[in-house]
Design a protein around this ligand. Structure first.
Ligand SMILES: Cc1cc2nc3c(=O)[nH]c(=O)nc-3n(C[C@H](O)[C@H](O)[C@H](O)COP(=O)(O)OP(=O)(O)OC[C@H]3O[C@@H](n4cnc5c(N)ncnc54)[C@H](O)[C@@H]3O)c2cc1C
Length: 408
């Protein structure tokens, strides 16, 4: 039998594609290497699953770090956050907005997202423990070889994910298929993850556990800044700003040492400066000023790190006053390394978007072959971006398969 479409991988991108194929009544199969579907999806958002966000398409694209971010414009315009929310609502799952940005299922369970994705799918079309080993292109068909059998189809959608969290089944197989077919691929690098900073384990040990929730992080030599807050951990840095920046840090660290800086206070710079001038005019003790804008612990430490003594404001030289403000506004650290590809939440890299048609996700030089989700060089920061990309590209590819089969 020749199937219309074989989907390799039963994660979010593959399952969204299956929903479209089911709607169009195509003869399709999902091949999943695990004995269950979407293991990674179940872990998302602390098992609550941040499904998508409330950004308009332009705002969504603007928030991405990738240079080729506009590749996603068509996919998101066709099936973006609004359509994703409607998709789940139609299957009985409402999504609730949190922090004015992120949508989570009203049940607070990622399992409900999976249930909704499976609502319309004919279970007989899912084959478990079918790890695809090879993908061969023939003139009008594809041969999909697993350890158990060889299957033939007119179209193939590769939805195998990246190398992040390999215990969930994502081991980068899509990129191996692409390479074997002569396609350009970009090596996977860690994204959305923590960074290691030796200084936090030595000189700045006292900062472990401290959170600066409004801090905006700057990577030296990079124009873009990363808002969202920083957390000092026992190994270095974490928190939303760091997770967002990690993809850029990882890329930059391939060529050079990377330094970041961020403020140690949650006060606005303008207010700090105003308070500083006031303290100077009143000739207050330094600690009075510091304890107001920082925690007591941090105030003490700053004096120690700058190697100055506690005294009245006017007794410090201009240079020392500048050093104090500089440490408060631009606390500088050298990044020693980024978390590994396997332990990162997401991977940058994958099948190059240069090989793919942004209107269909089809390989330009291999009609009938599609790559979707994290197996492609498309990724975003935390905030429901990655699942949106998986759903959006999976949807686009399946609609394109339908058109291809329908017109042939
Ligand atoms: C802990 C964690 C939390 C996250 N939280 C969020 C969040 O809240 N919101 C968000 O937007 N993103 C989140 N992400 C990212 C998001 O989960 C991924 O971007 C998304 O799952 C990618 O979907 P995918 O379908 O492309 O690939 P995957 O989810 O990786 O699915 C790929 C599937 O293909 C199967 N497969 C692989 N190779 C083969 C093969 N050779 N043959 C057959 N089957 C194969 C795998 O077993 C797997 O089932 C999180 C990631 C992690 C690790």
């Amino acid at each position: 039998m020749i199937y219309d479409v074989i989907i390799i991988g039963g994660g979010p991108s593959g399952l969204m594609a299956a929903n479209v194929l089911q709607k169009h009544k195509l003869n399709y199969l999902i091949l999943e290497k695990n004995d269950q579907l979407a293991k990674k999806l179940k872990l998302t958002g602390g098992k609550r699953c941040n499904v998508t966000n409330n950004l308009p398409v332009d705002g969504f694209i603007e928030a991405l770090n990738m240079k080729h971010r506009r590749f996603l414009y068509h996919a998101l315009k066709t099936f973006g956050p609004e359509e994703i929310i409607a998709f789940f609502k139609q299957r009985g799952l409402g999504l609730l907005l949190e922090q004015g940005l992120k949508y989570f299922p009203e049940t607070q369970l990622s399992q409900s997202v999976l249930d909704a994705l499976l609502h319309d799918i004919d279970q007989r079309r899912i084959l478990f423990k079918e790890s695809v080993k090879t993908l061969v292109k023939h003139e009008h068909t594809f041969e999909v070889v697993t350890a158990n059998q060889t299957l033939i189809s007119s179209c193939v959608i590769v939805a195998t994910g990246s190398k992040a969290y390999p215990t969930t089944g994502s081991s980068g197989d899509g990129v191996v298929f692409a390479k074997n077919l002569g396609l350009e691929t970009i090596p996977f690098t860690p994204a959305e993850t923590h960074v290691y900073v030796d200084q936090v384990k030595t000189d700045y040990k006292d900062l472990q556990g401290v959170t600066i929730s409004q801090a905006e992080l700057t990577i030296e030599g990079v124009k873009k800044t990363f808002p969202g807050g920083v957390l000092f951990t026992h190994f270095g840095l974490s928190g939303p700003a760091v997770l967002h920046a990690s993809e850029v840090i990882a890329e930059k660290s391939l060529h050079e040492d990377v330094y970041v800086h961020f403020p140690l206070t949650e006060w606005h710079e303008h207010d700090v400066l105003k308070r500083f001038d006031q303290a100077l005019q009143k000739n207050e003790m330094l600690n009075l000023f510091l304890e107001e804008i920082l925690t007591k612990r941090l105030s003490k430490k700053i004096v120690e790190w700058l190697d100055i003594t506690q005294k009245r404001m006017s007794e410090y030289s201009k240079k020392d006053r500048e050093r104090i403000l500089d440490m408060i506004f631009r606390f500088r650290l050298k990044i020693d390394r980024v978390e590994t590809i396997e332990r990162a939440f997401v991977n940058a890299g994958g099948v190059s978007t240069k090989e793919l048609d942004p209107k269909t996700m089809m390989v330009k030089r291999i009609p009938g072959l599609y790559f979707v989700g994290e197996t492609t060089d498309l990724q975003g920061p935390i905030g429901g971006f990655n699942l949106t990309i998986a759903f959006s590209t999976g949807h686009l590819a399946a609609e394109a398969c339908y058109m291809q089969i329908h017109l042939s």
